[in-house]
Design a protein around this ligand. Structure first.
Ligand code: NAI
Ligand code: SF4
Length: 442
């Protein structure tokens, strides 16, 4: 059994309440941090832990914290990005639903470390139940003296607010989120300046994902060195994975980073294999924004060595033979799934969610959707496949925010690894409407 740091008590009845959460050792990190550690010491522990941003980018959290500007007399903010919207990603929702105090405790400790006296949890608008759960947990924490003025008599003050978003995917991009939090349309800002220098209301701000903030609790309790002992190489600690698609046991799993992908998919401790006795055709390992990989490259590197669930291993080989861990949204496709249809589906999503600020993304996502629709519905030509390749190439790297890249990568990888299937849709338009391009063809 892999170690569980975030979900250890997930099955304890009442763990969503403050009383049971405390019985299981909850809020020890707040006591320890506020009474025995300095903010600098906490930042140091987070640095030592090697924790990397769990929202998708994998940026070292301790380093991000140490970039926070500290001009005299200017407030600093911690903003939790709970706008989880990446297709295939639902681990933050799961954590907030079942163990909301893990996030609240992480927010208190992290706010203290960063010198923030006002912090926000920006929650995706559709997650009304989670918004209510968090608000209730905040009330409980406040009543117990963990929030508000003079927390635990230490002189530290913190107000924590839950802010619902409007349901736009782009508001998960950190600068769009800050615009939205300021009451404006959620358009991404050009970076730099990074939020650590000029964030909410132009003040220094750290934006961290739900899971990253919750992970600070075991780091403070056990020390950064202990956390760093789990995992492999620069992928330290545990990671929540949202597993979906054609799996026997889809769900949210906490894994130790470095777990072999094959074990994650096929062992009974995790996904239990491919549903209905089918074979695995492809995976998307890190939410829809990362390249899709055929089964053979998902399970092993090109040289035959096993591939691991880690930031480095999944991206080994670049986008030619690798992908990304991203947000940990692991989607499995069985042999009956159509890659063209799935790619069209992703493209529809990105076209719909593009904020429209930059032309390559605004226009390009629309073109990709149209071309994919045409091919999928049996009206495509061979030139359309080349045109699709060309359009995605013109988006990548040419946009203000990563949504453009995220829209391009699934298309590029689908053509790179499954070009035969695209061509089959063109050559056999009638057949491709009623059957799938079977595994035997690869
Ligand atoms: P990024 O790599 O630009 O930045 C990562 C973080 O590091 C940001 O907070 C940024 O401010 C900070 N940072 C980077 N360089 C810095 C510097 N020099 N000084 C100070 N701070 C610095 O990535 P970004 O745009 O934050 O996230 C993109 C990722 O988000 C994608 O890889 C995707 O996987 C993921 N994503 C996750 C979603 C979800 O629902 N969980 C939704 C959509 C995307
Ligand atoms: Fe908006 Fe797309 Fe440009 Fe991002 S890349 S700023 S979503 S138009």
């Amino acid at each position: 059994m892999g170690r569980k740091l975030l979900l250890e008590h997930i099955n304890v009845p009442g763990i969503n309440t403050l009383a049971v959460y405390r019985e299981k050792g909850g809020y020890r990190a707040v006591e320890k941090a506020l009474k025995t550690l300095t903010p600098e010491e906490i930042v140091e522990e987070v640095k030592k832990s090697g924790l990397r941003g769990r929202g998708g980018a994998g940026f070292p959290t301790g380093m991000k914290w140490s970039f926070l500007a500290k001009p005299e007399g200017v407030p600093r903010y911690l903003v939790c990005n709970a706008d989880e919207s990446e297709p295939g990603t639902f681990k933050d929702r799961y954590l907030m639903t079942h163990i909301p105090h893990a996030l609240i405790e992480g927010m208190i400790v992290s706010s203290f470390a960063l010198g923030a006296n006002t912090s926000y949890i920006y929650v995706r608008g559709e997650m009304m139940p989670q918004i209510r759960i968090l608000e209730r947990a905040i009330e409980e924490a406040k009543a117990a003296g963990f929030l508000g003025k003079n927390i635990l008599g230490t002189g530290y003050d913190l107000e924590l607010y839950v802010q619902p978003g409007g349901g736009a995917y782009i508001c998960g991009e950190e600068t769009a989120l800050l615009e939205s939090l300021e009451g404006k349309r959620g358009n991404p800002r050009i970076k730099p300046p990074f939020p650590a220098i000029a964030g909410l209301y132009g003040c220094p701000t750290v934006v961290n994902n739900v899971e990253s903030i919750a992970a600070v609790v075991p780091i403070v309790n056990d020390g950064g060195d202990e956390y760093a002992k789990i995992g492999i190489g620069r992928s330290t600690g545990t990671k929540l994975i949202s597993a979906s698609g054609n799996l026997v046991k889809p769900g949210v799993y906490e894994i130790e980073l470095g777990l072999p992908v094959e074990e994650f998919i096929y062992s009974d401790e995790y996904c239990g294999g491919i549903a209905n006795g089918k074979r695995l055709k492809a995976t998307v390992a890190g939410g829809s924004s990362v390249p899709v990989l055929p089964a053979n490259l998902t399970l092993k590197y090109a040289n035959g060595e096993p591939r691991l669930m880690s930031y480095e291993s999944l991206s080994e080989g670049g986008f030619a033979t690798g992908t990304m861990l991203g947000s940990g949204g692991f989607i499995a496709f069985d042999e009956d799934q159509c890659i063209v249809r799935n790619t069209w589906n992703f493209s529809r999503f990105y076209h719909h969610e593009s904020c429209g600020q930059c032309s390559p993304c605004r226009e390009g996502t629309g073109w990709m959707e149209k071309i994919l629709h045409k091919i999928e519905h049996g009206h495509g030509t061979m030139e359309d496949i080349d045109l699709l390749w060309d359009v995605q190439r013109k988006i990548e790297g040419n946009t203000i925010c990563p949504l453009g890249d995220a829209a391009a990568w699934p298309v590029a990888s689908a053509i790179r690894h499954f070009r035969d299937e695209f061509e089959w849709h063109v050559k056999e338009p009638m057949k491709s409407q009623s059957t799938n391009y079977g595994l035997a063809n690869y």
